[in-house]
Design a protein. Structure first.
Length: 442
């Protein structure tokens, strides 16, 4: 890794990080608000002809392409994009409806190998890939902000830091599957890419001044191969309230109820929590109601009405009571040998809090390396979790690769996804800890 100097106060032309409020800062004039696109609000592209025009404009522009996507998280089952925003110098801003135009490959061809600029790229890369958009190069202003040591890395905070502008985020949690999309929402969406390239340029300069351009390039390159989070085994086990169900038959009921809800949610394209809340699923699984009356009693809202009557069952329980009772009946009939285990084996190391009892030497290794990385984090002004993911650190320290040499450790870290700059930084600290606290023979 290129030598990275100790973090210093940003030099001229790079705004200083946020500072605690003082009398002077409180009395300072308000930050100007970016509330209108410079070129006006563009029409939403909803036709193949419009998509062709957008592709021609993007192809004729210059410099990086700013991209963003809006989803309907918390409203819809899918994570698909319901609006795609693009902006490029000389091409202006384009808002594309991927429901009306589900194949955006003409835009992919127009962009070619031009660098993408996104904020929090992992949130959008998967839904953009679904409509035919995949980057060959990218710059992530959220991750770049972390590497640059910014105190806050939300888009609004980053825009304010580098450009001195305030960017409203009031529609970020909206249901973007609505049609037609309200004009204030479209204005918000257009502004998300309005100054993204300008922020990218100033951030790149900031990273260069800090000696971090190469490590940032490695991080951004890794993002071009991002394919989403790993698929979870038994996702139903993450249902709120699941840990309170101790018996395997109860877990079988929870599993059946979770899949019942998931099937309904997927079929109707509604977020599962809007079909039936986790809390209700767990309550039903634990109580094992087998009749309609028992089910409604379990799912009744606590308390009484103004007329002193018991509150009725949750509306979703009433609506789906037949499916719920069928799921319970089926799970109660599952043979004992087919019941889910109380817990599942994982190839991950045990929780760090258990290391001291299970392997004191491993616990000592972890403590030593954590302390060393905390010092490196302070020196470089990079969050410690960006120096090496906590999971990767635990895996190589719980059972260090043998033989204990730099080559084997380098291979182990690389296989776990560590970037070259991370490997170079952490290997000396891990080697020191492994040497001082070797693996036991047990």
């Amino acid at each position: 890794m290129p030598a990275v100097p100790d973090a210093e106060v940003p030099v001229a032309d790079v705004p200083a990080p946020d500072v605690p409020a003082t009398e002077e800062t409180v009395l300072a004039p308000p930050v100007p608000v970016l509330d209108e696109p410079a070129d006006g609000l563009p029409e939403v592209v909803t036709t193949e002809r419009g998509l062709t025009l957008a592709a021609e404009a993007i192809a004729g522009g210059t410099g990086p392409v700013a991209l963003d996507a809006e989803r309907a998280s918390g409203f819809r089952y899918s994570s698909r994009a319901y609006l795609v925003q693009m902006r490029r110098k000389g091409a202006g801003t384009w808002l594309i409806d991927p429901i009306a135009c589900p194949d955006l490959s003409p835009l992919q061809e127009a962009i070619g190998d031009t660098e993408w600029v996104l904020h929090a790229a992992t949130q959008d890369l998967m839904c953009l890939a679904e409509v035919g958009l995949r980057p060959t190069r990218l710059f992530d202003t959220e991750l770049g902000g972390r590497l640059a040591g910014l105190p806050r890395v939300g888009l609004s905070a980053v825009v304010e830091h580098y450009l001195g502008l305030s960017l409203a985020k009031e529609h970020s949690a909206a249901d973007w599957s609505e049609r037609p999309l309200p004009e204030p929402w479209l204005r918000y969406a257009a502004l998300d890419v309005e100054v993204l390239v300008e922020v990218r340029d100033l951030m790149a300069e900031h990273l260069e001044q800090q000696g971090k351009s190469e490590l940032a390039a490695q991080e951004f390159d890794a993002l071009t191969r991002f394919t989403g989070p790993p698929v979870r085994t038994d996702p139903w086990r993450r249902t709120t309230g699941a840990p309170t169900i101790r018996d395997r038959r109860g877990l079988a009921r929870l599993r059946a109820l979770w899949h019942m809800r998931d099937d309904i949610a997927q079929r109707r394209d509604i977020a599962p929590g809007r079909i039936l809340p986790d809390r209700i699923l767990s309550q039903i699984a634990a109580a094992n109601p087998t009749t309609d009356d028992e089910l409604q009693a379990v799912a009744s809202t606590p308390g009484r009405t103004a007329q002193s009557r018991p509150r009725p069952a949750h509306r979703a329980v009433v609506r789906h009571r037949a499916a719920i009772l069928d799921a319970i009946k089926a799970s109660n009939a599952v043979p004992e040998r087919s019941l889910p285990p109380r817990s599942i084996r994982s190839d991950a190391p045990p929780p760090a809090r258990a290391w001291a009892d299970r392997d004191p030497e491993a616990a000592a290794r972890l403590q030593a390396v954590r302390a060393a990385l905390a010092v490196e984090s302070e020196r470089l002004a990079i969050p410690v979790e960006n120096l090496l993911t906590p999971d990767t650190l635990r895996r190589v320290l719980w059972q260090p690769p043998g033989p204990y040499d730099i080559e084997s450790l380098t291979h182990a870290l690389s296989d776990l996804g560590a970037r070259p700059w991370q490997v170079e930084l952490v290997v000396p600290h891990i080697m020191s800890a492994v040497t001082e606290h070797p693996m036991t023979d047990e």
